[in-house]
Design a protein around this ligand. Structure first.
Ligand code: GCU
Length: 459
């Protein structure tokens, strides 16, 4: 059963619009989601739209539906029929086929060292730092990645641990000068020369990986460079993990051939395979976090691998948490023309006809249920469509409800910096596209209230 949305006007770019309130009602569950909308503008599909009044009216596909159109009304029906079906639809239309697991091996020794991290308020935090080189699979052309882990030295029991891929190498995530520098291909940017990281990249993204602060809250922090798994450019496929998994790199790709996001998500699962072997890490408490394109990846990793205990999307936008049907900020046309290697070819064929997509990005969020899910936006990051991220988080409540859990609930758009929701949470931070300590504190608050609270109550 589809969710009916009312409020419709068709218009053109020069001639529009009335803003209307669309109330979507899902009768089966009595949930309603209120959206401020108007209608479609005729745009070039590769033009971003920043006009809320030009957002089209739409009907969201019902995430609870199975292949026969029947909406799941129990956990059993969701897990046996509707979830697998909706997951297949995401593979088919957005991310491509899931990749098979492969054994991960440590290359050489895991380096272990006790270090002091410059901490909050000018103090220091005692940490155990691990660095490992992992071979992702056994094929002759398997790729390798380096993983950096900080664990609180004072911990008396295994700690829940945040895992995130990074954009510019592990050495960019910390001021710690002993962190290994990646040799993998890198997109142009500060401190990058001839597509290789130089010493000038050390610590440049440290604000996005507040290890001392999270360790002082009792969490571990782990990270690896996404470019080790799939170099982030349209021809990156040949140097990615995909050939080692038997995937084609040349010729016309099948409509459901996986791209970089699926490869990165697969890499996260392989890193998880190793993390769960560490006695100091709580293997049932690994939280996958990602910013932007890597936020899209964190969501897909959480969908593909239910061992991730909690999933955090930070400003993941188009192809991540934001509803494609809104066509606000970055659109399917824009993203698939600029980054054709991220998704499966089928997704690009929906440029300009997002209303026909058999799924929307709330389908992706639904895959995380009943685990804790955090969706974070930034006010100044209109490109990622904060409101579209909020609306998709709001729309998935019925799935958590099946498990007797509250999701985001129905609510007005929150004030800046206010974290709202229960097993699905959301905040919009002031400021620009970035991943900041303020965001991390909200993520840790949610992990405290869900993962940690469950552990304590089950003792
Ligand atoms: C670009 C892209 C976004 C992506 C972002 C990022 O802006 O259009 O989809 O999220 O890069 O990863 O930083």
């Amino acid at each position: 059963m589809a969710v009916p949305a009312e409020a419709m006007m068709v218009t053109t770019r020069t001639r529009f619009f009335v803003v209307m309130i669309a109330v979507a009602v899902c009768g089966g569950f009595g949930w309603r989601s209120t959206m401020t909308e108007a209608t479609a503008a005729e745009t070039d599909v590769t033009d971003p739209n920043y006009d809320e009044e030009a957002v089209r009216s739409f009907t969201l596909p019902n995430i609870l539906e199975g292949p026969d159109g029947v909406a799941a009304d129990s956990v059993a029906a969701w897990e046996k029929t509707s979830r697998p079906y909706q997951f297949r639809q995401l593979q088919r239309f957005v991310y491509g086929e899931q990749l098979p697991a492969a054994p991960v091996q440590v290359v050489g020794e895991v380096q272990r060292k006790e270090v002091q991290l410059a901490g909050p308020g000018g103090g220091t935090t005692a940490a155990v730092r691990l660095q490992a080189r992992l071979r992702l699979g056994t094929a002759a052309n398997a790729r390798e990645t380096e993983v950096l882990v900080y664990l609180p030295a004072a911990a008396k029991e295994p700690v829940p641990t945040f895992l995130k891929l990074n954009f510019a190498g592990n050495q960019a995530e910390t001021a710690d000068p002993e962190v290994w520098m990646t040799d993998s291909w890198m997109r142009s940017g500060d401190g990058v020369e001839d597509h290789k990281a130089t010493d000038a990249t050390r610590g440049i993204n440290a604000r996005r990986f507040p290890a001392a602060e999270m360790l002082s809250r009792g969490y571990g922090m782990a990270t690896a460079y996404c470019g080790d798994i799939f170099p982030d450019h349209p021809e990156g496929r040949a140097e990615s993990v995909l050939p080692s998994l038997g995937r084609p790199v040349e010729g016309e790709l099948a409509a459901n051939e996986p791209g970089a996001i699926t490869a990165w998500a697969w890499g996260l699962s392989r890193i998880l395979d190793w993390l769960v072997t560490l006695p100091a890490v709580d293997g049932e408490g690994v939280i996958v976090v990602g910013h932007s394109r890597l936020g899209k990846t964190a969501l897909w990793a959480g969908a593909c691998d239910q061992r991730f205990a909690m999933v955090v999307s930070n400003e993941s936008g188009c192809g991540g948490a934001a509803l494609s049907r809104r066509n606000y900020g970055e659109t399917v046309g824009v993203i698939t023309s600029r980054f054709p290697h991220w998704f499966c070819p089928s997704f690009g064929s929906y440029a300009g006809r997002e209303l026909e997509l058999p799924v929307d990005q709330h389908t992706l969020l639904a895959m995380i249920a009943p685990r804790p899910l955090y969706v974070a936006s930034a006010e100044g990051d209109r490109w990622a469509d904060p409101r579209g991220e909020f609306l998709s988080a709001e729309a998935v409540g019925p799935v958590w409800k099946l498990y007797g859990r509250e999701g985001l609930g129905r609510r007005d758009y929150p004030a800046l910096g206010e974290s709202v929701g229960d097993f699905v949470r959301y905040h919009v931070r002031g400021g620009k596209h970035d991943l900041l300590l303020e965001d991390w504190q909200h993520f840790a608050d949610m992990a405290d209230a869900t993962l940690r609270a469950e552990k304590t109550s089950s003792r």
